[in-house]
Write a protein that binds this ligand. Sequence first.
Ligand SMILES: [Zn+2]
Length: 266
Amino acid sequence: MKRFVIGLESSSIMPLIAVSPLTQDCYEIIWGRYLSDTLIVHNDSVDELKSIFNFRANTFFSNPVKRMEKIRDFHPRGELSLKGAAMKLLLDGQMGGWVGNKNSRVQTFFFSDVVDAVSNDIKDPAHFAGVLVQKMKAKLARYNQMLTPANGTLTVDIGQILPYWGYHNVSPSLFTEKRTLKIQVLPDNELSEVFESYPSATRRDAYHYHMLKKERVEQILVGDANYSKNICSCPGCRAYECDVKVLKDTSRKRILNLTSPRESGH
Ligand SMILES: [Zn+2]
């Protein structure tokens, strides 16, 4: 029998399905203390993640797939290869935002491995562009599929995790774990309109927090350090106490030998 109900949120699901600076901490915490608990998340949290790589505005600056099509017109100059040109095009999008689908840095993290995977034998720019765009679409489809529950359950398998931020963020030993995580995706239990008066930056966090508290979770696991400032303060949420555990990037700093003496506790 399961002991506790643990609430996850967009920011704690993402590190499980794509390598990020919080991936190591997220898996260590879940495998270390939540394995015999029930993990839940709401539908809107999963939808929020899907929207990160859903490039609705089909413009050069917002859609990296659109930008890549420009490689067809590539004229070799100097030592720049087709892959080098693709990396520059990836970066040449909009700036700003930590996540969000218009951030070219996020897009470059997500697609650089796809550029790398194109065969070096392809020298023709149009052929290269065609293959690259196809691989980008395949990675997007894979990402969406990983976020699509089957019978109300997301199954998370570390062996299937997508490259996003580099593998330098995780310990190779993470991949020896064969157990999968089952996360129940629950229907939203509140209307998002209730949170319309909140600032747009905090609205969705407050909404997810509120819905998890309504489920009476014992603990909420989040990856956003600002999350506890964004929480809902409705009478229902104020009356129900639960811990908010915030993921940190100290595990990745340990792997990279970047831990300061203060953080390592010495
Ligand atoms: Zn509330």
